[in-house]
Design a protein around this ligand. Sequence first.
Ligand code: F6R
Length: 613
Amino acid sequence: MCGIVGYIGTDLAYPVLLDGLKKLEYRGYDSAGVALHLGDKVAVYKKEGKVSNLENFVQGKNVQSLVGIGHTRWATHGEPSDRNAHPHYSNSGNIAMIHNGIIENYAQLKEELVQKGYTFQSDTDSEVLLNFIEDIKINNACTLEEAVRVALKRIVGAYVILLLDKDLPDTIIAARKGSPLVIGIGKGAHYLGSDASPMLAYTKEVVYINDYELAIVKADELILKNLGNETLTPFVQQLDLELAAIEKNGFDHFMLKEIYEQPKTIFDAMRGRLDMQQQTITLSGIDKIADKLLAANRIIIVACGTSWHAGLLAEYVIEELCRVNVEVEYASEFRYRNPIITDKDVIIAISQSGETADTLVALENAKQQGATIFGLVNVVGSSIARLSHAGAYTHAGPEIGVASTKAFTAQLAVLYLFALKLATLKNTISQERYHRLINDLAEVPTHVQWILDTQDEAIKAIAEKYKDARDFLYLGRGYNFPIALEGALKLKEISYIHAEGYPAAEMKHGPIALVDEELPVVFVATKDSYHDKIVSNMQEIKARKGRLVAVASTGEKTLADLTSDLLYVPLVDEVIAPILSVVPLQLLSYHIGVLRGLDVDKPRNLAKSVTVE
Ligand code: F6R
């Protein structure tokens, strides 16, 4: 949420910042802005809307600067507008600052500042923090670095801040708590970003800044300190990421590219872990906490959004295969409802970004209470990865489309491996079933490729038919219920059509009242042990003139009598089927969004990495 970039070096800063903002635009696109040090002053250019608006606005303006900071905003305090766009100036006009995060005690600080005569140009909490810093600098006659340190000790909330001071033409000051900050080390230059994508074209050497650290960044020097003013040694890491991974490579949208990448990303999630020759699974994260897992009375899965849907499916699979109690929690509820946690609990945290604020804080709380944390994360080096005792990366590569697709199926692939491995350790699975499931799992990339190759045109036609619907209902039973939820979420996000996911049998307890000849009802109805039941549910909808769409297994005959709008997936074991069923639903949402003329990569009001509560 909100993307920040910075550059200091020997090249013009503005093109580097602009390119970086475009790469980080998935984090928010309510407004964008840059601050450039022009020698005698700090110039701020900012505009409501996408980065392209900023680009047009800056044309013809003075950008002759080797140092600058930039921001792309997802609004929290204050509506999207030029006024609330970052960077903000301090009252003196000498300091410019950008901020990603939320200052929770801003109201109290603002009151103190107003009493001292400060005025505010925006409605943001960020401008309050900036003036608070400036006030300390003036009153204590200290350096900006010192003022930042003093100020941050009073701040409640989350932040990454970057500051430019008129009196420090060769320095960017940066600090973080709770929101991500990466610094890339170039030749006579430093690059700052919310993630590594803005610096990928220039360097592979990066430092991930930790909470409560402050960086004094010059072209050829990076000084890292804690808030106690002790100097720290930066831990330089090599990025294992190629530039092509963050480009569209000929696809119209990142979302489509990422859907089509899934045969590879699912394979990558299992690569080196699933050995089909030996018929074994290696997950070093499980080995690391095997004693805890074997002794655990229950496993708690904590996540948000799409990652929560992966967790819900994992609950079904782990309980079935490992015979251990599993609870799935929305991180935002879990963290506030004072749950009972002991050192016997193992928590699986699922997060694409590894930065989701609610998940992160829920884990911090649980860790303090003695729980063991297993992080299932996509972004390498992210906060959740670092906080976990053990874990596994999903290796899906950067996911840029705001709607999660390939990260979800990669999460499922690793969760299946997790469940199967734990089942063998606990001896709760027969040899025969184990071999059947790993064989089906190994075939998933090929099956997904088949869906992409053979079903996309049919799905597009179905999208055309239903694109103007006002509401959708998605229904599934058992392993397919989480996929119904995920299908509905994808459609909501991308097309702005109201959609609800529901357990198919629950329909009769309320939602069936919605059914009329207008309502499309999408059944996730692959062949499983409840197939006859779901066919009956489809009959019930048909009898009420609902418009039926179904995800069906290849070779399926019964469903064809009920509807011709069928999205086929290969027939596999019912446990493994959901990882296939979701793919046509991703494509359906994508095509409906595109047909409705919407920006599917940047749906309104959303942002990729939700770093505020
Ligand atoms: C939906 C989507 C969100 C995320 C949620 C959690 O397409 O992307 O619902 O799944 O914000 O994000 P992570 O997985 O980064 O913790």
